[in-house]
Design a protein around this ligand. Structure first.
Ligand SMILES: NC(=O)C1=CN([C@@H]2O[C@H](COP(=O)(O)OP(=O)(O)OC[C@H]3O[C@@H](n4cnc5c(N)ncnc54)[C@H](O)[C@@H]3O)[C@@H](O)[C@H]2O)C=CC1
Ligand SMILES: CC(=O)C(=O)O
Ligand SMILES: [Mg+2]
Length: 572
């Protein structure tokens, strides 16, 4: 008999599911519960008859009922809470409902509504999900992670320490909310089996005074631990991941500025890992930028870019641009010379050296070229640089004001403006404002979803377009590293799928409604690149050679994707 633990479920994506449970216990496990859709035979076999009303329903009946219930809730946060509770009742129904209403529900389970849910995590709390690791008890790291299964069971681990969540800053143990939300998207978009993914919160304390004073706060009630003790805790965690789940891919999410890049640089040569805010954001932005540059008729070689907000995402975008163009034969220095970073002190200058992070330093501008200019003024910077591209990752709403946008539009034919700060209220400008102050000429992409403006679709420039595919491609190829060339393959693939590729008035990125298909294509690009460069650790899975031509590989990837359906149950 299989071990009786809710995490020890059969993990294939096809065929019957072995179930060691019955009765009430089975109904309380979201991986096994089917509620009114249990068949008469299943009800008899698993001792469920007396636990269920007589009607025998289909998954579609259940989706229809759940959608009615969802629709009757008037607030976005209420809808988020409803979906959260459905998730812990019936996993198949939850994912099927999301899949059938993907575009409508995406902003409810992800940015912007998920930010609100995380902000109120301790107050909305009903049932724990994910793995909580406590810096005050590092001795439990291994035991806590091992409880999720064996080496064979886990493909993907998403970890956050909650310091810089979705633009709303330090949320302490609310980190579990972003790890879980990103895990849901892994399943929804890329078909990673929901039981093969562990969302992890590293609870290292919080510097959020409001949380520290909130009597209902559920995390460690002390300031963030930093320095050697923090590094040791993270390292113990990563070593445990490597030991227990050597085949898994590790995804870093929403770490703060002092740690995000540093941890990525430390661990990327050592295991298959990536930082979504650095590399995911960089890749999706670059894909949108490739589309915009094509539409605007600019040569990448000439592109001048101002990035406002030079933190994890901003420097990630700068580096991705530098590395991607370098793979296209443009020297790294040439790209760096065409990127200007702006942060709280204004334009980043070489004289600020000691105050800059190591990621910012290479882009600092020479002071002597900026002597006569007010480098704290974004519109003055725009006036001098005449950028083709203005990207916002600052969390400063309205920073791209009329003066800045009008100045930009004076110098370039098609201003490329990407306000990427989440949630919606923190965007540096709305698409309507950008069009208004650039006489409708701008090419726009935003971090959170926006409604069309005058019939024009707005591209959602969010890392959700790439990280599920990066993750799934790395899982399927069992890559031992996530390399820059794998990310470059993602950028090319995503850019080729943009509506603007066929119609210059189309959006710069594909529609979120198509995200499952897009993620499969991105995963395929990653698998093929990993095979090509030898980071793939498998060339065949279950006796089937991983196809090396794109069409067959795509078909193969799609077959590996978990689907929300009630498969036959086998009593064990
Ligand atoms: N659309 C997407 O896919 C993504 C969007 N983001 C968003 O980007 C924003 C930044 O995220 P991270 O880079 O992770 O945070 P971060 O904290 O690492 O970086 C933010 C940077 O903005 C700077 N900043 C703050 N106020 C400023 C001001 N008034 N003027 C100029 N600079 C200012 C900070 O000093 C810091 O360097 C967040 O809103 C986040 O949600 C982040 C990752 C992905
Ligand atoms: C989208 C995302 O990863 C962020 O805003 O942090
Ligand atoms: Mg993030």
């Amino acid at each position: 008999m299989a071990p009786k633990s809710s995490t020890r479920v059969p993990l294939s994506v096809k065929g019957p599911i072995d179930c060691p449970y019955e009765g009430k216990e089975m109904l309380n496990l979201p991986q096994f519960n089917r509620g009114t859709a249990f068949t008469a035979e299943e009800r008899d076999l698993f001792n469920l008859v007396g636990n269920l009303p007589a009607a025998l329903q289909t998954l579609q009946n259940q989706v229809d009922r759940a959608y009615d219930q969802y629709s009757s809730i008037s607030t976005a946060l209420g809808k988020n809470t409803f979906l959260m509770s459905l998730k812990v009742q019936n996993e198949v129904l939850y994912f099927k409902l999301l899949q059938d209403h993907l575009k409508e529900m995406f902003s409810i389970i992800y940015t912007p509504t998920e930010s609100e849910a995380i902000e109120h995590y301790s107050r909305l709390f009903r049932r724990p999900e994910g793995c909580f690791l406590n810096i005050n008890h590092p001795e439990y790291i291994e035991r806590s992670l091992a409880a999720w299964g064996t080496e064979e069971d886990i493909d993907y681990i998403i970890v956050s320490d909650g310091e810089e969540i979705l633009g709303i800053g330090d949320q302490g143990v609310g980190a579990i909310g972003i790890s879980s939300a990103k895990a849901v998207l892994m399943t929804l978009c890329a078909g990673v089996h929901p039981s093969r993914c562990i969302p992890v919160a590293l609870d290292v304390g919080t510097d959020n005074e409001q949380l520290l004073e909130d009597e209902l706060y559920l995390g460690n009630r002390h300031n963030r631990v930093r320095g050697g003790r923090y590094d040791k805790f993270v390292d113990d965690f990563v070593q445990c991941v490597k030991k227990l789940y050597p085949r898994a891919v590790l995804h870093f999410e929403d770490f703060g500025l002092p740690n995000a890049r540093r941890l990525l640089d430390t661990y990327r040569p050592r295991l298959a890992c990536f930082n979504d805010d650095v590399q995911g954001t960089g890749a999706v932005t670059l894909a949108a930028l490739s589309s915009a540059v094509r539409v605007a008729g600019i040569d990448f070689r000439d592109l001048r870019t101002v990035i406002f907000g030079a933190g994890t995402a901003g420097t990630g975008i700068a580096d991705q641009l530098r590395d991607f163009l370098n793979t296209q034969g443009i020297s790294k220095q040439q790209v760096i010379d065409h990127i200007w970073l702006v942060d709280k002190p204004g334009l980043l200058l070489k004289s600020m050296h000691d105050k800059l992070t190591s990621a910012q330093r290479p882009y600092a501008a020479s002071d002597d070229r900026w002597k006569e200019i007010d480098t704290k003024s974004l519109s003055e910077i725009v006036k001098k640089v005449k950028p083709h591209v203005l990207i916002g990752c600052s969390t400063k709403p309205k920073a791209f004001n009329e003066a800045v946008l009008r100045e930009m539009a004076k110098h370039v034919e098609r201003p490329i403006v990407f306000p990427l700060s989440n949630p919606t209220r923190l965007h540096e400008a709305t698409p309507a404002e950008i069009f208004k102050y650039t006489d409708g000429k701008a090419l726009v992409a935003t971090g959170s979803p926006f409604d069309p403006v005058d019939g024009k679709e707005i591209a959602e420039n969010n890392n959700c377009f790439v990280y599920p595919g990066i993750g799934m491609g790395s899982i399927l190829s069992r890559a031992d590293r996530v390399t820059e060339t794998m990310i470059a393959a993602v950028v090319k693939e995503l850019a080729s799928l943009a509506p603007s590729e066929k119609d210059p008035t189309g959006a710069l990125l594909p529609d979120v409604a198509d995200i499952r298909d897009i993620s499969a294509k991105i995963a395929t690009a990653v698998v093929l690149q990993a095979l090509e460069e030898g980071t793939a650790r498998v060339e065949e899975i279950e006796g089937i050679k991983v196809p090396r031509d794109r069409d067959h590989c795509l078909e193969w990837v799609k077959e590996q994707m978990w689907k929300p359906e009630y498969r036959p149950l086998r009593k064990v």
